[in-house]
Ligand binder design. Structure first.
Ligand SMILES: Nc1ncnc2c1ncn2[C@@H]1O[C@H](COP(=O)(O)OP(=O)(O)O)[C@@H](O)[C@H]1O
Ligand SMILES: [Mg+2]
Length: 227
């Protein structure tokens, strides 16, 4: 599912954005990637979906050897992934339903399927009545749920969600966690990046902990050597 072996990522102004990371996430897991701001969570995700290349090390995601993936193969990797970005990346001039439809069209879905699947996804996150709203007309929690609907509409094998409860009340955060649990029950592996220790304490799950680019803790039983 995910395997990283001795992965490092250096930026010009941060030589150790990630340093010597070895970890494995198995199919079906729901796991937190925890770490304070700047720990390297978003960078780690970018390596996994081939937005950035590692400076060293090997990465496999859903059978793709990501660190060496040719640019023209990247769309095939991305088709197996659901991505919830830290900054959401919703299209501001498109309605909620259009945001989802656009993601489907990019992936080459058939015309007839797009509307049906988009409506289903909206219903699934409880936004069926908000489909014609622009993102700016939605609350923070609704925007987050829209980003999740877009990420799961194609039934990804692996969902990477970056700080999906970042700016939300505890009630809205709980709704989001419940959604991810539902996705996980459908068989999608979920990795949820968060700096929020309260969240991790309230809804405990297996976790990977990053600190200043280094792996501090990988408590999930199947992780690391001998696991
Ligand atoms: N594109 C980039 N260029 C230079 N430095 C970066 C870049 N992206 C991230 N960094 C640095 O890498 C470190 C980890 O950042 P990030 O992965 O965003 O952490 P987190 O998501 O855990 O808050 C930080 O020190 C950040 O400043
Ligand atoms: Mg981040």
């Amino acid at each position: 599912m995910i395997e990283m072996v001795r992965v490092s990522k250096a930026y010009e102004d941060n030589p150790n954005a990630l340093f010597d990371i070895t970890l494995r996430v198995e199919k079906g897991q729901f796991i937190y990637l925890r770490g304070s701001n700047g720990a390297g969570k978003t960078t780690l995700f970018k390596l996994l979906y081939a937005e950035e290349r590692p400076t060293a090390g090997e990465i496999w995601v859903n059978g793709f050897e990501v660190a060496r993936l040719k640019p023209r193969k990247i769309p095939f990797l991305r088709r197996t992934l659901g991505l919830v970005f830290q900054d959401l990346k919703l299209l501001p001039r498109r309605t909620a339903v259009e945001n989802i439809a656009f993601a489907l069209e990019v992936l080459g879905a058939k015309r007839g399927e797009v509307a049906k699947k988009a409506a289903q996804a909206l219903r699934w996150v409880g936004l069926e009545r908000r489909g014609n709203c622009l993102p700016s007309q939605l609350s923070a929690g609704e925007q987050q749920r829209l980003a999740i609907a877009r990420a799961v509409v194609n039934d990804p094998v692996l969902l990477l969600a970056d700080e999906p409860t970042g700016n939300l009340s505890i009630t809205a955060a709980e709704e989001i966690i419940r959604l991810f649990e539902k996705i996980n029950l459908r068989g999608t592996t979920v990795v949820l990046a968060t700096h929020n220790e309260g969240l991790v304490a309230a809804w405990p799950k297996e976790k990977i902990v990053l600190e200043q680019g280094k792996l501090l803790e990988a408590l999930a039983p199947p992780l690391l050597a001998g696991g």
